[in-house]
Design a protein around this ligand. Structure first.
Ligand code: SAM
Length: 695
């Protein structure tokens, strides 16, 4: 070992179960005098002292013959790499750069995708990672741009899957934080879908190549345990390869005993040998998967999505980014229903940290706040208004299932409790007791109209107004018929596709009776134009108090959805909650209900919020809710081509983006960013949905 320059940059530990403990980085000098990071937990180097990048390219890229295999991908094919030990992300950066280069040289890769799945128990803190990757930006300028893009979306350090998109490169990265064994166990291969012969639909996800990059077995047995090799076996198919720099007996035996044929080859630099491995025979626990099945003609890539609320829009987006041509149908217009409020507040109902990795609201919030921020770039290119306005939010914890002592377990960039004086300064509230509070720095206001504009501008998404009256599933296609009320002719229009997804909220059940008939809850969001004097005294950031309220300034385009004038500040509050009511007319008494709720929670606002609500505006919609509050996402029983994504309740803007990713993945035979346990909780066929509602 070289001179150890011990410079511990982080010593944080956490007493909370499931809390992620970040890597404790120390520094050494490599053979050329460069500083290289060393793991304080395991006492081993993250990458070779000779040249980490060259080692990564040699051991993992060449060892898995990636250049040759990636070049030969067919249209729409997705290649999946899974890594044990994300560390500094150098392997990802090396393979990403290769992929970009191949896509430039081989236009046939235009619609092919790369899915990089990685696991990490002790992720490196962003400040340390900036330092480590900053050095690589200088040493290997070809990585610099990707390093910047990656650091910009580096996730909060919470257990579970964090999906990152690099859409220009058709690259999806899933970072599963936590113990590798349990992360791999969460990857669902049996998604309960039924295969259709002509598309990828229903095919089981598979790993094509493994990067086995745990520290040396002598420093870290956990990544070379029998249970890990059993997961490799479960997730691999004939043709799957693996590569590792380690030639230790435990590695050789582990691979051999779990279906791999191993091959010793020359190691990197001064290392004598390393291992490559391949599954050459059908594994006992997994069916043989023929990769050639994954190529298909472009006709197989037309899907229909029924319902253009936030669920339908997000699903169309996820499918279109996988090269699927989407016809998005709605009987009225995009966002005509409950998703069309002038603004939606993205702020989760938090749960104690040990539940967070299986709590859909937290998972959805983590994913969607990053996703909407990335989409802001797209909006900027299109000269559209921003999709998320990063306002942060303050929850007064009046109706929460978490207290400030439990909030302390979360990373501060995600959730924290502010000192009461700071909470008062940020909110502008002066008389309220703010000792208990939850501050959400990543929260923001979503602009549904801007989101719609960006999604509908996707070249593969076409919106069509159609009131669907019939869906007919055939062996080789599925057709959707209905009336288009904008056209003069009274004739019925019929469209064909290979798959249809129903995203029609409470009307989904009318389109197919197999979909649970959900609870229907009317909700009205009210807003008014404050006077200049009121404006100065209203809360300065969005507040949650059982309901929510916020100031917002309408942007160009907002008036297409709601009666608001561009640039004229509004204060919104709501929403009401009326069970079994599907009337969507605006009601004066519900303005009062929302006002009362706000001033009961925050009495000092009684003097500021006008009591005459006559000039207030509002929008009412119907939320669709299951008895267990989880959405319905998956394939319908007995069907091969009919799917559903619905019942988002009042949380569509938090749930829909990640649910859309999960559904698009299972439809196309890729690994979803949700655990298999969560996928069963969302299943249209789950037990809780077998019994109809009684009221
Ligand atoms: N691939 C990395 C890179 O490109 O920088 C280097 C990986 S480093 C050699 C090994 C990584 O495995 C470390 O980041 C370590 O924290 C992680 N690790 C070790 N044991 C683990 C476990 N049981 N589960 C998940 N990650 C683990």
């Amino acid at each position: 070992m070289s001179t150890l320059v011990t410079n511990v940059t982080n010593t944080s530990t956490s007493a909370y179960a499931n809390a992620i403990i970040p890597a404790n980085i120390a520094w050494q000098s490599d053979d050329s005098g460069n500083r290289v990071p060393v793991s304080g937990e395991f006492g081993d180097v993250y990458f070779s002292h000779a040249d980490g990048l060259a080692e990564s390219r040699y051991v993992f890229i060449q060892g898995n013959q990636l250049a040759e295999r990636l070049v030969n991908l067919s249209a729409h094919q997705c290649f999946t790499i899974a890594e044990l030990g994300f560390g500094t992300g150098l392997n990802l950066l090396a393979v990403w750069q290769l992929w970009q280069q191949l896509r430039v040289e081989h236009p046939n890769l235009d619609t092919a995708r790369l899915h990089f799945i990685t696991t990490e128990k002790h992720p490196i803190l962003l400040t340390d990672l900036r330092q480590i990757l900053g050095m690589w930006s200088m040493r290997a300028p070809e990585l610099a741009q990707n390093i910047e893009s990656f650091l910009a979306v580096y996730p909060s350090l919470i257990e579970g899957c964090h999906r990152l998109h690099f859409e220009e490169d058709n690259l999806t990265v899933d970072i599963w934080l936590g113990e590798a064994q349990s992360s791999l166990a969460k990857l669902a291969t049996d998604t309960g879908t039924t295969s259709t012969a002509d598309t990828e639909t229903g095919s089981k996800p598979q790993v094509d190549a493994w990067f086995l990059d745990g520290f040396a077995p002598s420093c870290n047995e956990s990544l070379w345990a029998e249970t890990i090799f059993a997961q490799l076996q479960r997730l691999s198919f004939v043709g799957t390869t693996a590569a590792t720099y380690s030639c230790a007996g435990v590695v050789k035996r582990g691979l051999q005993e779990h279906g791999f044929t191993i091959n010793k080859v020359k190691g990197f630099g001064r290392k004598r040998e390393m291992l490559t491995a391949r599954v050459s025979e059908s594994l006992p626990t997994t069916p043989t998967q023929d990769n050639s099945k994954r190529s298909s003609t472009s006709d197989n890539y037309h899907y229909i999505v029924i319902g253009a609320g936030v669920a339908g829009l997000m699903l169309a987006w996820s499918l279109a980014n996988r090269g699927i041509k989407v016809t998005l149908l709605d009987k009225t217009a995009p966002l005509a229903g409950a998703s069309g409020n002038p603004r939606a507040l993205l702020a989760p109902k938090m749960t104690p940290l040990h539940h967070a990795n299986e709590h859909l609201h937290t998972i959805g919030y983590l994913y969607s706040s990053r996703f909407y921020k990335q989409l802001n770039e797209q909006a900027k290119k299109q000269h559209s208004a921003p999709i998320i306005e990063p306002t942060a939010a303050l929850d007064l914890l009046l109706k929460a299932n978490i207290d400030s002592s439990q909030i302390g377990a979360y990373p501060d960039d995600l959730a924290t409790t502010l000192p009461a004086s700071k909470a008062s300064e940020l909110s502008g509230l002066t008389a309220q007791d703010l000792t208990e509070n939850l501050y959400l720095p990543q929260s923001g206001l979503i602009n549904p109209q801007a989101l719609k504009d960006v999604i509908l501008a996707h070249p593969l998404i076409r919106f069509k107004r159609l009131e669907v009256t019939q869906i007919d599933e055939q062996k080789d296609h599925i057709s959707v018929s209905g009336h288009n009320h904008t056209e003069q002719s009274a004739s019925t229009i019929t469209l064909q596709a290979v798959n249809v997804v129903i995203c029609a909220a409470f009307e989904s059940h009318q389109l197919d009776e197999r979909i649970f008939d959900c609870r229907k809850i009317r909700g009205q969001l009210s807003w008014f134009t404050p006077t200049a004097k009121q404006l100065g005294s209203l809360p300065k950031l969005p507040l949650k108090y059982g309901g929510y309220c916020s100031l917002f300034t309408p942007k160009a385009g907002d008036a297409k959805l709601n009666p608001v004038a561009e640039g004229e500040s509004q204060f919104l509050l709501g929403a009401s909650f009326v069970r079994n009511d599907i009337d969507t007319s605006v009601r004066a008494d519900e303005h009062e209900v929302s006002r009362d709720k706000l001033i009961t929670a925050i009495p000092e606002l009684d003097a500021i919020i006008p009591s005459d609500t006559q000039s207030w505006q509002a929008r009412a919609g119907v939320r669709t809710q299951t008895p267990d509050y989880h959405p319905i996402v998956g394939q319908l029983t007995g069907s091969q081509r009919l799917w559903v994504m619905s019942a988002m309740g009042a949380k569509g803007y938090a749930f829909a983006p990640v649910c859309a990713e999960a559904l698009a993945d299972i439809m196309l035979g890729a690994f979803a960013p949700l655990s298999s346990e969560m996928m069963s909780k969302l299943s249209p066929n789950r037990k809780r949905l077998q019994t109809p509602l009684t009221s």
